[in-house]
Design a protein around this ligand. Structure first.
Ligand code: F0G
Length: 460
């Protein structure tokens, strides 16, 4: 459903200001990589040419958002920007009560502490690193209830973010609904490769949870991208505007955590939104302890203003078609070079299958970490490991060995051009052509929490 008469996904904006990039030599990159312990998180961004580490907080804001920054009302309490944000969240997403937080994990911390008791089970459509960790720190245990297709990079099922209701039903029968404070549902499932959940699946889940009195808490970080896929792929939604689909998705859930650094086009910000008054009351108490007063939650007034405007821009059909269109362009180019990627192509980036790319490297030698390092070395393109390093360890100290061992090429919104996409695909193809020569890594330093951020490696 591309509406542009000129090009399938041409950008609905033009560039007003540019940021110059530093070009590096292979020698410089080799040195930088070694100093960073072969971990792309530890590279200095100045040593990076095209930065695909994340789509989080890396978007280009519009002139309207920048103008909004000048309207920041930097009052400690009751900033007018808070009330604007509250109005936009209610209007666009439909949730009743809003608690701003400094970013997504601030909201995850608060909702986990409020709703989870020791020994509780939190089923979800695949884990996200910070989300699961907050659930575990609150005493809960995460259980994956995503459909099996999501764990298979080759499977082209259009809604790999869907919940397997049989898996959920087994958990409810085993533990009882009273042990399940909520189901954690992400739209555009990040760790599965940006895969969407369908409206039909959400409706079925809503019916099931109503019967059993279980809440659905929505990780709405990339809800507009999910809505795009519903519009493209789900029968009955091709003519519904993105904004209406987004609101429909939210209406099937009871509350949400949001990292506004993605969909909502800001460099910092997030919130917790909830329909239950009691939970809201508790969250308003708690935000004061961890984030800031309930009318700013760790944000400046100007940040809340930029977020309010960004949310409105994020649900514009032309915007989201160009955003996902660019990602699809890169993915199709990689496929044409024979590079193994997760299919269907997801909403926020290309996920290269490192197990297939480097079949000679066993998972305990970190194939995805190795591949991310090799791509950086080739061209200065920075990507991210999403495999065994990101998965971390279980409470008993054993490593999680996830089926998916991926390198994420995450595309920031409104930042890079089609020519950049070509450079990225060509660089990956060069690495692919010399893949047999690439050797694995060993971990020489491992932090206790979220180890992928700061772990260090050496070549074997
Ligand atoms: N939920 C999802 C699905 C996310 O992708 C992220 C962050 C968060 C929650 C946490 O939000 O960073 O604002 O605290 N994802 C980033 C990424 C870090 O690169 O995928 P946050």
């Amino acid at each position: 459903m591309h509406k542009s008469p000129y090009h399938s996904w041409a950008e609905p904006y033009k560039i007003k200001m540019v940021e110059l990039l530093k070009m590096t030599s292979p020698q410089q990159r080799k040195k930088a990589l070694k100093e960073a312990g072969y971990n792309t998180f530890l590279l200095r961004s100045e040593d990076v040419y095209i930065d695909l580490l994340t789509d989080s907080g890396t978007s280009a804001m519009s002139d309207r958002q920048w103008a909004g920054m000048m309207l920041g009302d930097e009052a400690y309490a009751g900033s007018r920007n808070f009330y604007h944000l509250e109005e936009v969240v209610k209007d666009v997403y439909g949730y009743k009560y809003l608690v701003p937080t400094h970013q997504g994990r601030g909201a995850e911390n608060i909702i986990s502490k409020i709703l989870i008791k020791k020994g509780d089970i939190i089923p979800g459509n695949m884990y996200f690193t910070t989300t699961r960790l907050h659930q575990e720190l609150a005493g809960g245990k995460f259980e994956d209830i995503i459909i099996d297709e999501a764990h298979d990079p080759e499977n082209e099922f259009p809604f790999k973010g869907n919940v397997d209701l049989d898996k959920l039903d087994k958990l409810v029968k085993k533990y009882g609904a009273s042990k399940i404070p909520y189901i954690s549902i992400a739209t555009s499932v990040n760790m599965a490769g940006g895969q969407p959940i369908s409206i039909a699946n959400l409706k079925a889940l809503r019916a099931y949870t109503k019967k059993h009195g279980i809440r659905i808490i929505h990780d709405m970080t990339r809800v507009a991208e999910n809505a795009h896929f519903i519009q493209q792929r789900e029968a009955g939604y091709s003519k519904m505007p993105i904004r209406s689909i987004v609101k429909l998705i939210c209406s099937l859930t009871d509350g949400a955590t949001m990292s506004a650094k993605k969909d909502a086009l800001v460099n910092i910000g997030g919130f917790l939104a909830i329909n239950e008054w009691d939970v809201f009351e508790e969250a308003r108490n708690m935000v004061v302890v961890y984030e800031g007063l309930h009318t700013y939650g760790g944000l400046a007034g100007r940040d809340m203003e930029a977020m309010a405007i960004g949310i409105l821009e994020s649900v514009n059909d032309d915007h989201i078609h160009a955003r996902v269109g660019q990602v699809v362009y890169l993915g199709e180019k990689m496929i044409s070079f024979g590079i193994p990627i997760v299919k269907p192509i997801g909403g926020h980036g290309i996920f290269v299958d490192a197990k297939k790319f480097l079949p000679h490297i066993p998972q305990d030698q970190f194939p995805a970490q190795t591949l991310a390092a090799a791509v950086y070395l080739d061209s200065g393109v920075r990507t991210m490991e999403r495999g065994v390093v990101s998965a971390g360890r279980k409470a008993n100290g054993e490593n999680y060995f996830p089926k998916l061992e991926l390198v994420r090429f995450t595309i920031p919104r409104r930042v890079y051009t089609q020519a950049h996409m070509d450079v990225i695909a060509e660089s990956t193809a060069r690495v692919f052509n010399k893949r047999q020569k690439i050797k694995g890594l060993k971990m020489v330093y491992e932090p206790k929490y979220l180890r992928f951020f700061q772990a260090r490696f050496e070549e074997i």
